[in-house]
Design a binder for this molecule. Sequence first.
Ligand SMILES: C[S@@+](CC[C@H](N)C(=O)[O-])C[C@H]1O[C@@H](n2cnc3c(N)ncnc32)[C@H](O)[C@@H]1O
Length: 467
Amino acid sequence: MTKGLLHLSLLLVSAYSFSPLVASVAKPKNNDAPQQHIEQIVREKLERIALGYDNSIDSTTKTIDMEIELSEKTERCLLQSTGVNERWMLLSEKTRIKRESVRDCLAANNMVVQRLLMGWETTDQTKNSPLFQRIDFIPTNKDEDCSLMGNGGVTDVQMKETEGYDTAQQVITHTARDWTSASSSCRDATNGWIINAIVRHCTGMDELRVLVPGSGLCRLAYDISTCEHLGNSGTDVIVEANDSSVTMAFAAKSVLELVHEQAVAKIFPFVSDPQRNEIYSAKRFEMQVFPDENALAAYRNFYSIKKACPDLTYTVGDFSSTYSHESKRGIYNVVATSFFIDTATNIYEYIFIMKHLLQNDKSSIWVNCGPVQWHPCAMLRPTVDELKDILQACGFQLITWEIADEAVAYRHPDDFAPSNARYTREEGYRPLRFVACLNDFDTADDLQERIEYVDYLNEIANGKVKE
Ligand SMILES: C[S@@+](CC[C@H](N)C(=O)[O-])C[C@H]1O[C@@H](n2cnc3c(N)ncnc32)[C@H](O)[C@@H]1O
């Protein structure tokens, strides 16, 4: 099939048939939150975050104006007598030029943010249609309103929109990490390692059900769902992405729509980086295109072979409350975690839920790649060697266990690079990589209640409730 014909046939498949969103919401007992209520909360949240980015452009340019004025006055005071004629050498002049670039780049990013977070608002039809294909309410024993979709790694749910993942800036960072060709080496070292492990252990299976908790912008889940090697070996791959951030989930859905439409957009991932440690002023304004050609080609290839979209769904909700549910017992062949385990408030919860999720056979695996950079919410913070013992004590057999020899940047190779470095300070990780299967298949029948009880213990320990 030619690329044009393929494009047309892809468009004929409804965008909604690819990567539908499901919400999983914890509900206190005696509270009947209707679906519209949840939809309204999510719409308002997305609007608030998108508008927040728009408003932040003004404050950024005001700060630059202040810098121009101050540097100009300082130069007049200190340099006038030296008779500097080359204005281009002065900071005021450089900052003035920079201001224009900052404005242009922020305006372009703003268009991306509005499109990724507010795409559902573009036509009257989409504006009024439900955001979620389905909302699952998880009954809890709690009396008062609990957090809608978990704490997402921060200590207080209220901070998700400032310190957590529910921000426009996180969307930009993760779009660059997940969907630009410049960041492919960062993904190869992390997502690539996970996919190779899945291929090594699971090739030849008829059907593979994969869960990717903490999916973020969804590239790992997408790459597993379109994995050529698994597809060619006749395996039907069914992937469920999960994240507690609605911002991440909606942005991921919008990027997947671009993939589906075979369209691209421009982004300036570094323009809002802190003004410190920078080596070259021009690097702040580097432009990237997303989704990258590999992602677009993977979709075309998949479609031309299977005559269908990849089987990929996205569930927005807290990992612990959603996946400790009885209905999730033993339904996945693979759980794949990338930069996720360190978001646990109490790592024992995550470990027991992983056990609960995997099918009761030795071929089902948990594949992990990421640091143990415990997030602010973490109340237990084991080291890698402590974690190894805990996993084995909890009934996992460790098939592979290693720390990567080389550190890798999370967002872009130049953030951690021997040459062409972006900063005078490097940021890279030497991820813990493991493949584990179950040694003992014993999980509690009442896991959800136990997890709720551990949540209660966490709250006592952090002083939020009294014993
Ligand atoms: C460091 S990011 C990793 C994203 C992606 N896996 C990657 O490798 O780029 C961690 C992700 O986990 C999500 N997260 C944090 N706590 C979570 C929870 N309790 N349940 C589900 N997702 C969670 C965050 O919203 C964020 O998207």
